[in-house]
Each structure stands twice: as C-alpha cells, then as structure tokens.
Design a protein around this ligand. Structure first.
Ligand SMILES: Nc1ncnc2c1ncn2[C@@H]1O[C@H](COP(=O)(O)OP(=O)(O)O)[C@@H](O)[C@H]1O
Ligand SMILES: [Mg+2]
Length: 329
C-alpha cells in the first residue's frame, strides 16, 4: 500500500522539509471518526494519564484537550482530503515555579508525537545560556545546534524572557531570538517551541517581541496549587516512591505546608518534592541511629511526625520574625 504518511504539517506544506523521511510518524489511516483517530493514536490514554497522574490543573487539562481536539479534527479533515494549513503549535506556558510546566511539556510532546505532528516526540529543555554565546559569533552556532537537537520534538525554553535584555546594548540574545523566529516559521512541521516562565515577565517580553507573540498559538496559564492540592501532590509523590505518612505525619505535613506557603522562595510542587526528600533523609537518620533494631517493611516506608517537625521551618517560626525571610527547610 502506498498510503501517504499521517504527518499533517509536512504533507500540507510541500517543500524540502516534507521530502525527508519520517520513520517514526504513524502512517495515515483512513479514519473517519474522532473515536477511530483516538483509538489509533492512543491519544486518549495520554489525556487520561494526564488527568489521573497530575493533581489539579483543571484549566490546563481542559486546554490540552482542546488542542488535542483541534489536531484530531485536522487529521480527519486531511483524511477527507480537505486542504489544511499546517496548524501552528508553538506554545507559551506561564506560571510560577513548580506549577507543572516542564511536566506538562513532556506530556504535550507525547500527544503531538502520537498524533503525528512531530517525528520523535522528545523534549529538549534549555535556558538562555544554552542558546546565547558570550562572544561575537558564538550565538548563531549555539542556537542552531540546540534547534538541530530539538528537531522532530519540542524545544522547551525556560524563562524565555531572559533572551531579551534591552538594558544591555551588545546583547546576543536578540540574535538567538531572530534565529528562533525563523526556525519556528520555516520548520513548523517539525519543531514545536514552548516558551515558559513567569506570566508578568513573559507579557513584557511579548510586548518587546511582537514577532514572537504572533508565532505563539496557544497560551496556557499554570495557577499556583492550593494547600489541599499540594497535600495531594505529596501523597502522590510518596506513593510513587513507596513511602507513606504514619499516624500524625499528614497533620504535621499540613502544618509544614501552611508555613512553607508563606515563605518567599516557595515553589509549589517542587517545594513539596524537596521537602519530602529532606523528610526521607531524616527518617533514614532516625532508623540509622538505632543500628541493632530489627526493622519492618512498614517502618522503612513510614514517615513519622518527628521527621517533619524537625524541619527548620518550625524552629524559625518559633524564634519569630527575624528568621522569616530565610527559605525554610
Ligand atoms: N499537578 C501535579 N501533580 C503531581 N506532581 C506535580 C504536579 N505539578 C508538578 N508536579 C511535580 O512537581 C515538580 C515540579 O514540577 P515542574 O513540572 O518541574 O514545574 P515547573 O516546570 O512549572 O517549574 C516535578 O517533580 C513534578 O513531577
Ligand atoms: Mg520547569
């Protein structure tokens, strides 16, 4: 069978890019229903995993469903022979640190890959330093090398606004932006760029870089997690690592969260992960301190209130306001 490939952007944009073989892209089917496309690409399972494994993020999940719907319908349109412009898939994820942007970018790459929009579905995650050189002539090759690595996947640029430094007259960031803009346009059938960072800084960045703004088709906002969601995230992380809160430990962790939420360096789910790592360390030290005791599996997997309450956050708090500015541990 000489079936055309299910690779919508490439097939709707004849040119050198579409002449390349796309070995990993799923073959074009003759699907005529949404269900058929979903079954064939197994996108539904990624969407379901996203729903189940990530706590909260209702608005983000809904937007991802919308984007998936758009792409599935585009595939059906292609199957019906309806001309389609390559959909622009570049995105912007805004939100505070630890709100799930990097995690969701990975899921998005899987969805785009399963639907055949990108050949490989990998994520190349970079920041300014990976793209911009220190000296004249260094930036273009650096940026091109990164883009080359990202081809067929997602280029995730964290804190993308640092590329633009207007206060610095001889800044090479602008050069990286120019190359990116060009690649985002010319290789939109093979490269999806996701810019991530704080919302306010991203807004300012877009004001100064209208070319970038106009190339971003989807803006997703990642809200801060509520205390309840952070607790749920903690439970998820513990279960994954085969740990659990022992009697009273969840209450202690709720207290911990309440204090930690008000700290200046609070980073949502990332702070939860780091806190749990420290609590596991304390649990290990506690068990280590009694070397001759025979341990049970239950003891090895259980965090006790003491493992949590030993956090400096509690002693800082007792000592009063003078320590309030230091990030709590
Ligand atoms: N909704 C969520 N449910 C479960 N874990 C989450 C969630 N959001 C973030 N995490 C976890 O928190 C950590 C930080 O998330 P990350 O995606 O790196 O955030 P960001 O890129 O926005 O800083 C990761 O370990 C991730 O697995
Ligand atoms: Mg991140």
């Amino acid at each position: 069978m000489n079936a055309p490939r299910f690779f919508i952007p490439g097939s709707s944009m004849p040119g050198p890019a579409s002449a390349r073989p796309e070995p990993d892209a799923p073959a074009l089917s003759q699907a005529r229903s949404v269900a058929a496309v979903l079954a064939e690409t197994q996108v539904e399972s990624v969407l379901q995993e996203l729903d189940e494994e990530l706590v909260g993020l209702a608005s983000v999940k809904a937007r991802i469903r919308d984007i998936a719907a758009l792409l599935v319908i585009a595939k059906l349109r292609l199957n019906f022979g309806l001309a389609a412009q390559a959909p622009s898939l570049h995105m912007c994820f805004t939100g505070n640190p630890g709100t799930g942007k990097t995690t969701v970018a990975g899921r998005m790459a899987t969805i785009l890959h399963r639907l055949g929009y990108i050949r490989k579905g990998h994520v190349v995650s970079v920041t300014r330093d990976d793209l911009v050189g220190q000296y004249i002539g260094h930036t273009a090759p650096k940026t091109r090398e990164v883009i080359k690595r990202a081809m067929g996947g997602v280029l995730f640029i964290d804190e993308a606004y640092y590329l633009y430094r207007p206060e610095n007259e001889r800044d090479y960031g602008q050069e990286a932006i120019e190359i990116l803009l060009q690649m985002m346009e010319n290789h939109r059938d093979d490269l999806v760029v996701i810019l991530a960072g704080y919302e306010d800084r991203m807004d300012i960045f877009f004001q100064s870089n209208p070319g970038m703004r106009s190339r971003i088709a989807h803006h997703l906002e990642f809200p801060d997690y509520s205390a309840e969601e952070l607790m749920q995230i903690a439970q998820t992380m513990l279960t994954e690592a085969n740990y659990r809160f022992g009697p009273g430990a969840q209450e202690a962790f709720a207290q911990y969260l309440e204090l930690r939420l008000t700290q200046p360096q609070f980073a949502n789910a990332r702070s939860v992960r780091n806190a749990l790592d420290r609590m596991r360390l304390r649990q290990a030290s506690r068990l280590f301190a009694d070397p001759h005791r025979e341990l049970s599996a239950s003891e090895l997997t259980t965090l006790a209130p003491a493992d949590i309450l030993a956090s400096r956050l509690f002693s800082n708090n007792k000592e009063g306001a003078s320590h309030a500015a230091s990030p709590g541990l």
